[in-house]
Design a protein around this ligand. Structure first.
Ligand code: GLN
Length: 296
């Protein structure tokens, strides 16, 4: 880039290079603003009100590097090291999935399903901690337990909880319910990996940079969702709720699995794009294997 450009000129050049990856000019400009704002320590409003200010060559050079990384497909969140979720600023790294706006639906439903307080809630595969921390921030009296198989993800989730002043969350390492043996919850939420292993999307754009552990859900994408549904009755209180995020074409299969396992009040909800993205179910009539074990 040329020397001594104004903020407006840098944004014009930078966003131009992001059209293809961002999809449309408005998104490209928003992304360029996030990248330049990160370099200058300025928000969007500040960038706009100071559009004719010179950015300085050092910041402009770093901005050019960020634009080049984003143009190759790297998510903006990894470049700037953070992402907003539920109005909370979360740190993110390539060890965790970038929190999606659609996943706020999981938080909304969790808060709606359990109006009572306090409750015990488990977030399985917490990643950055987005869902667990958002729920804890809204329900200070709930006991929130977050699990993840990845030690790096768990460290990031812990750091996010600490920096947001959420010191009551419990973090445990392990696969789905494995670290929760013998415990029961009023609510279990999860945004597990659900992309089919051969989905070409895994080799395109942003997903290439995200952890496969957080994305790949087996041959049909449903392996982790099925494992969670199968085990959930052993970890839910009677009338406890299971709340799952899944792919846009998986809702019917998930509802079927839940009904077959004896869950009640099975219902799917649509995301911002109108796709069925979250399904909830109550553990009303589920076979509770743990309950039978002691009578034998
Ligand atoms: N929603 C993500 C995507 O398709 C996938 C996240 C996941 O597998 N949990 O981009």
């Amino acid at each position: 880039m040329e020397a001594n450009l104004t903020i407006a000129a840098l944004l014009a050049q930078g966003s131009q290079r992001l059209h293809a990856v961002a999809g449309d000019p408005a998104s490209a400009l928003r992304e360029a603003e996030m990248l330049l704002g990160h370099e200058l320590g300025a928000g969007r409003a500040q960038l706009r009100s100071q559009a004719q200010r010179l950015a300085g060559n050092a910041a402009a050079g770093r901005f050019a590097q960020s634009i080049a990384r984003r143009a190759r497909g790297e998510p903006v969140a990894y470049i700037v090291g953070r992402r907003e979720f539920w109005s909370l600023q979360l740190s993110v790294s390539p060890a965790v999935l970038v929190p999606r706006a659609d996943t706020e639906l999981l938080v909304e439903r969790a808060l709606a399903l359990w109006p009572h307080s306090p409750a015990r809630i488990a977030d399985l595969g917490t990643g950055s901690g987005a869902v667990a921390i958002a729920i804890a921030s809204e329900r200070p009296r709930w006991h929130v337990t977050a699990t993840d198989l990845s030690a790096d993800a768990l460290a990031m989730a812990r750091a996010n909880a600490a920096s947001l002043g959420q010191d009551r969350l419990e973090f445990v390492a392990g696969d789905w319910f494995a670290p929760l043996a013998g415990r029961r919850f009023e609510l279990v939420v999860s945004n597990p990996p659900y992309v089919a292993d051969d989905d070409p999307a895994l080799r395109q754009s942003d997903l290439r940079y995200e952890p496969t552990l957080a994305l790949r859900g087996g041959p049909d994408g449903l392996s982790c969702l099925r494992a969670i549904i199968e085990a959930a009755p052993g970890y839910l209180e009677p009338d406890g709720w299971l709340l799952l995020e899944h792919g846009s074409q998986q809702a019917a299969a998930i509802r079927h699995e839940l009904v077959v396992r004896g869950f009640a009040s099975v219902r799917s909800h649509r995301d911002l794009a109108g796709h069925e993205r979250v399904t909830e179910a109550r553990a009303a009539n589920c076979l509770r294997f743990n309950d039978f074990a002691s009578t034998g």
